[in-house]
Design a protein around this ligand. Structure first.
Ligand code: UDP
Ligand code: MG
Length: 319
C-alpha cells in the first residue's frame, strides 16, 4: 500500500483546518492508499497551529509544523515537500478553493504512470475585477517570461516521490513552485477543476504582496528583463545616431542655436531608461545576494509529535 501525503500551506486559516481535514478524509478514506494530511502553518498569528494540534490529537493522519515567522507560501510548500513521507505528494490550498473532489482522479492518473498531475483551473472562481485584471496581467507577463503557459496552472498538483526529490535537490532559495514543477519535467498529465469559493477568512494577497510576488518570481526565473535592458540600449543608440546626424547637419548649415526641446527630451528619455535599467539590475543583484547568503528557506519552530525527530531546524515537538 502506497502512502499519499497532502501538503497544505496555511497562513491564518484557523477556521479552515477542521473543514479541510473533514473534506479530505471523505475523499481519501475510500482510496486504497494510506494517507497523511500535513499542514504547514506559515507563522500564523490567529492560533492556526493550536487548531492543527487540536485536530491532530483526534486524528492520527493529521500532522503539522509551524514556522518561526511568516516566510510566504512558497516556503511553506517546500517545507511541506520536505516533511512529507508519501510516495506521492499533493499540494493544495487549505481554504478549500482547490476542491478535494478531484483528488481521486489525480491519484488515478498517478497510478496510471503520471509523475506530475497538474491541476488546471477551468475558471478562476469569483474574484474582484481588480484582482482578476492584475492576476491576468501577472500570468500573461509570467507566461511570456518563463515561456510556459501559466494562466490556468495553479499550485494544486500531485507529484511523484522522484519529482519531489528532484525539487528538493534544487539549491536555490527563491523558489517558484508552479514554474519549477514545469521546469523539472517528468511525465505530466492534467486534471481540470473548478475553483471554489473561499469558505472562511479572506485572501491573503494584497496588491503590494502580489506585485512583490510577481517581481520576485520573474527575476528568479527569467533573465528576459535583462535582455530588455540591452534592447533598450540599442534603441537609444540608434535614436542618438539619428539625432547626432541631424544636429551635425544643422550645425553645418549654420542654424544650430535653438535646440532646447531636444536636449530636455533626451535627458528625460535617457535618464528614465537608465533608472529603469538600474532598477532591473538591482532586483537581480538582490536575488543574487539572497542566494549567496545561503540562508534556509524557512525556520520551523514547532512540529507535531507524529513527524520524524530529525526535522531540520525544528526546535520543539509536541506529543
Ligand atoms: N498562504 C501562506 N502564506 C502566505 C499567504 C498565503 O501559506 O503568506 C496560504 C494560504 O493559507 C492558503 C494559500 O496560501 O492556503 C493560498 O492563499 P490565498 O487563499 O490567500 O490566495 P488566493 O487563493 O486568493 O490566491
Ligand atoms: Mg485561496
Amino acid at each position: 500500500m502506497a502512502l499519499l501525503s497532502v501538503v497544505l500551506p496555511a497562513y491564518n486559516e484557523k477556521e479552515n483546518i477542521a473543514p479541510a481535514v473533514e473534506e479530505l478524509s471523505k475523499v481519501l478514506e475510500p482510496l486504497e492508499e494510506d494517507y497523511e494530511i500535513l499542514f504547514v502553518s506559515d507563522g500564523s498569528t490567529d492560533g492556526t497551529y493550536e487548531e492543527i494540534l487540536r485536530v491532530a490529537g483526534r486524528n492520527p493522519h493529521v500532522k503539522g509544523a509551524e514556522f518561526s515567522r511568516n516566510f510566504g507560501k512558497e516556503a511553506a510548500i517546500f517545507a511541506g515537500l520536505e516533511l512529507a513521507a508519501g510516495d506521492a505528494v499533493v499540494v493544495m490550498d487549505c481554504d478549500l478553493q482547490h476542491p478535494p473532489a478531484v483528488l481521486p482522479e489525480m491519484v488515478g492518473k498517478w497510478r496510471g504512470g503520471a509523475e506530475v498531475v497538474e491541476g488546471i483551473k477551468s475558471s478562476r472562481g469569483r474574484e474582484s475585477l481588480g484582482y482578476k485584471l492584475s492576476a491576468g496581467l501577472f500570468y500573461k507577463v509570467m507566461s511570456r517570461l518563463i515561456r510556459m503557459d501559466m494562466n490556468a496552472s495553479s499550485d494544486y498538483k500531485l507529484l511523484d516521490r522522484k519529482v519531489v526529490a528532484a525539487l528538493l535537490e534544487l539549491p536555490e532559495r527563491n523558489t517558484f513552485f508552479r514554474a519549477l514543477s514545469f521546469w523539472v519535467g517528468f511525465r505530466t498529465e492534467k486534471v481540470t477543476y473548478e475553483v471554489q469559493e473561499r469558505r472562511y477568512g479572506r485572501s491573503k494577497w494584497s496588491l503590494k504582496s502580489l506585485v512583490r510576488y510577481a517581481v520576485r518570481n520573474a527575476t528568479s526565473f527569467s533573465t528576459l528583463p535583462l535582455q530588455i535592458v540591452t534592447w533598450l540600449g540599442w534603441l537609444f543608440l540608434v535614436f542618438s545616431l539619428v539625432l547626432g546626424v541631424q544636429t551635425l547637419v544643422r550645425f553645418c548649415m549654420g542654424n544650430a542655436a535653438t535646440g532646447f526641446t531636444t536636449v530636455i527630451l533626451l535627458i528625460l528619455l535617457v535618464g528614465g531608461a537608465l533608472m529603469l535599467s538600474l532598477g532591473i539590475l538591482g532586483h537581480y543583484i538582490a536575488r543574487i545576494y539572497e542566494e549567496v547568503k545561503g540562508r534556509p528557506r524557512y525556520i520551523i519552530r514547532e512540529i507535531t509529535g507524529n513527524l520524524p525527530e530529525q526535522v531540520k531546524g525544528a526546535w520543539k515537538k509536541h506529543d
